[in-house]
Design a protein around this ligand. Sequence first.
Ligand SMILES: C=C(O[C@@H]1C=C(C(=O)O)C=C[C@H]1O)C(=O)O
Length: 283
Amino acid sequence: MQQDSLIRIGKINYTNVWPIYHFFPHERFGSKLEWIEQVPTGLNRAMLAGEVDMGAISSFAYGESHDRYELFPELSVSAYGKVSSLLLFHKKPLRELDGCTVVLPTTSATTVNLLKIILGAFVGVTPNYVYAAPSLDTMMKHADAALLIGDDAIRASWTDAPYEVSDMGALWQHYTGEWMSFAVWAVRKETIRQYPELVAAVHEAFMQSKAAGLNNPESIVRHAQAVIGGTLDYWRGYFRNLSHDFGPAQRRGLSLYFRYANELGLLPEPAPLHMWTDNSVTR
Ligand SMILES: C=C(O[C@@H]1C=C(C(=O)O)C=C[C@H]1O)C(=O)O
């Protein structure tokens, strides 16, 4: 009889996480792990509901429910500046968006709130926000601006749509001088209590997978081109702009984001970062 999996791991179904997952040593874990692939908001909800035990979620979703999770150190989806897959398409300049309709994608939690911070706190405008599925043509029909994330943003950036395009990572860096972490690697506290050794082994495996990805980016670049399209040079540049680290610089940027989110009433408190440490030997 096949053994039921012990830990369910979320995988965001965008290329931006591939550098961490691509070389994961699946053979090491037999049938102990199950993989659940969804858009970020799907994983945010599933983690909260206990249907997924660990994996990448929107940093904002961690901020909303930080009491339930610990964060894997050195894993995130982050950037210092331009990201190329977090894009606002707009018909007029940002400072003219006051009272205008801005459409937000139902796939995102971090970036929709980042946009609210950028427009509300830095540009100084208050648009009317509505949510829709991530399809640029439909979103723009009755709106002045639309936000897209992940591969939806990448594909839309390759069309010759007649809009201005603003990169959310570049704007955050412009206004704050800081890094931004869009996704973090969260683990449910129950899972850490239940399977401390397995959680530690999965962390170790992700670190090895990430190191292998950094050593061999070309295989990820070629895979992205085969699956999504575009040129090899596009993907080389795309992955070069992303960082999957979660060190002091990324943590400082994310903490600043949480402070702004709290000041604007988007989060009930500026969420602290609870970092996981490997106590599996002493637990
Ligand atoms: C860098 C990206 O960050 C993503 C943005 C997220 C969000 O806005 O909630 C969540 C996970 C990340 O995959 C991207 O979508 O390309």
